[in-house]
Design a protein around this ligand. Structure first.
Ligand SMILES: Nc1ncnc2c1ncn2[C@@H]1O[C@H](COP(=O)(O)OP(=O)(O)OP(=O)(O)O)[C@@H](O)[C@H]1O
Length: 322
């Protein structure tokens, strides 16, 4: 089966995973990943991200539901799926006495159609470390070696479990560039991450898992759309919140005051910001440390976690099909 622009490269339907002791880590999740898309699975610790990715990689059989990768069952039809996928696990677990070059050679021996080791090491910026033993690599360099090995077979589908954990800011940005380049070349990427900024900047679509279920899903913009924007500023000496226009007139849905700092929440950022600035100008007042911003994925994520903890029922999709 060949992939085309319109096919779902990964299809997950009502997927369940139950561990030995009877614990249900994945409780019926549904999502699709399209050809050439970067899809991020987010979630709190223990939400079920790794448990899900392992089912997609064919490392275990689901307790219920269905997984298809490139049209195949990754567990039962492993031989058909494995050569076309690249996997970067959370723990690489290579023999630490081998050098980087030896590790890549060993891995290439188990990879059908492996490209030259020097090529993947250059891609991840490890060329200088070719002769270094794995045990002497830094944590970030090991992550990059993990990524190099996942790329050896020029996979059509790439699974990245927390690819930038342990990387410094520059290494993280390099990895993002690399993933974007792979996506632009048609690779489908599914990644898990704890970095919301990473998902916001990299993912075409994402799902937020909470206790084995999808709490919200969509594009980063869709997931943040129903969250309020925020405006904060410092009131000058002698002014109080009561001196502002009525908050209802400003279109404010909630506010907090801490000393002189005022934080407003609004669902209409333009209206609130305009009314506030008009008032400041007419009152000849300077709003110091003025900051206005749309909801970030981080706010959406924290909001979902809070609502879930409060048992308030979660927004967004219980299932997500597009
Ligand atoms: N082999 C196992 N046996 C029993 N329970 C397990 C096993 N592996 C994972 N779990 C449990 O399943 C749940 C989901 O774990 P999982 O590793 O999938 O979460 P995660 O979202 O990847 O978390 P993290 O962000 O911490 O890596 C957790 O409560 C975990 O304790």
């Amino acid at each position: 089966m060949t992939t085309s622009e319109h096919e779902h490269v990964i299809e997950v339907t009502d997927l369940r995973r139950v561990y030995g002791g009877g614990f249900e880590a994945v409780r019926g999740i549904t999502f699709h990943v399209k050809h050439g898309e970067v899809f991020a699975l987010l979630g709190t610790n223990g939400a079920g991200k790794t448990s899900t990715v392992e089912l997609l990689e064919g490392l275990a059989a689901p307790a219920g539901g269905r997984v298809r990768v490139l049209g195949h069952d990754p567990y039962r039809e492993r031989a058909a799926v494995r050569p076309r996928t690249g996997v970067m696990l959370q723990e690489g677990g290579f023999p630490s006495e081998l050098t980087v070059a030896e590790t890549v050679r060993m891995w290439a021996g188990c990879t059908s159609g492996a490209r030259p080791g020097a090529e993947v090491l250059a891609l991840v910026g490890l060329t200088e470390k070719t002769g270094v033993r794995v045990k002497q690599l830094s944590g970030g360099e090991r992550r990059r070696l993990d990524l190099a090995l996942a790329l050896l077979g020029e996979p059509e589908v790439l699974f990245l479990d927390e690819p930038t954990t342990g990387l410094d800011a520059e290494g993280r940005r390099d990895t993002w560039e690399l993933v974007r380049g792979l996506r632009d070349a048609g690779t489908t990427v599914l990644l898990t991450t704890h970095y919301l900024e990473e998902a916001e900047g990299l993912a075409d679509r994402l799902a937020i898992l909470h206790e084995g279920r999808i709490a919200a899903a969509g594009t980063p913009a869709e997931v943040t759309a129903d969250r309020p924007s925020r405006i904060s500023f410092e009131l000058p000496e002698g002014y109080f919140v009561g001196d502002l226009p009525p908050l209802a007139v400003l279109g404010v849905s909630g506010h907090e005051v801490e000393g002189r700092v005022v934080r407003l929440r609004t669902r209409d950022l333009q209206r609130t910001a305009t009314a506030l600035l008009r008032w400041a100008e007419e009152s000849r007042v300077e709003l110091r440390r003025l900051d206005a911003r749309s909801a970030s994925l981080e706010e959406a994520f924290l909001g979902i976690a809070r609502e879930a903890a409060a048992g308030a029922g979660m927004p967004g999709a219980k299932e997500f099909v597009r």
